[in-house]
Design a protein around this ligand. Sequence first.
Ligand SMILES: C[S@@+](CC[C@H](N)C(=O)[O-])C[C@H]1O[C@@H](n2cnc3c(N)ncnc32)[C@H](O)[C@@H]1O
Length: 261
Amino acid sequence: MIDGLFHGTAQWYARYRPGIADAVTDAIRAAVPGHGGRLLDLGCGTGQVAAALPEFTDVVGIDPDADMLTAARHALAAAPDRRRVRLLHGPAETVPLPEGWTPDLVTACRSFHWMNGPAVLHRLTKLPGRFTMALMGDGTVWTAAEPWAVAVRGLIQRFLGERRRAGGGHFDVAERPFTEELAAAGFTEVAASYLPVSRSWTPERVRGYLYSTSYSAPALYGDRLPEFERELAATLADHSTDGVLTEAVTWELILARHEAP
Ligand SMILES: C[S@@+](CC[C@H](N)C(=O)[O-])C[C@H]1O[C@@H](n2cnc3c(N)ncnc32)[C@H](O)[C@@H]1O
């Protein structure tokens, strides 16, 4: 894992990261036989997937960022008594699952691109039984096409360099589509769908969102953070209408199945 990938972002993440679209959770529900059961959430972050799928009453979440897990514990604490949530600290490639436990649904939301995909998928295919796999993500302000987002990306690049940061390192787009990785690992019924949603932002929410990301975490700016904040506020004011910025977002959802031979 990249050093300091989400360092200092968990509280911003918990407060400002948009939730998972209903269209995505509806499509996942429709794909899981029997609806509900055991959920394995890889790169669970602050617990958004488990929170959005409450009918999964036995949850194992995995994440290597201890602050993210603390936020997830807090967010999921209000879960009904009948729900069991276990949060495991470490990377999805290696953290041992609870003895004898197998999932009905495995999710990786906005997180699979941080993992060694083949290693994680290979591990999953060794599990007994059958499960549905759901990989999903909603893009980022870094990749959005709206003029305000392009201006914000330019501003970040002016402060942090052209390449997209990822904590202490940089992010490079995966060479192989996740659909191909799943098929190569032996998953079947691999299918991608694209679900459009629109979002409205305020400048304050854009700032909070940016501080939840690995490419614009507050720590990356060091003592230039106040200067960045001033320029960000001016950029967003220039681009907003009545204090609102809109964004057309497309969620990608990849569903697949695995059944032990
Ligand atoms: C953008 S957040 C997504 C959190 C959550 N799934 C959501 O959608 O809100 C990415 C998460 O992946 C985690 N992550 C990074 N590398 C990982 C790995 N090798 N195994 C498991 N999780 C990882 C990060 O710590 C971070 O919490």
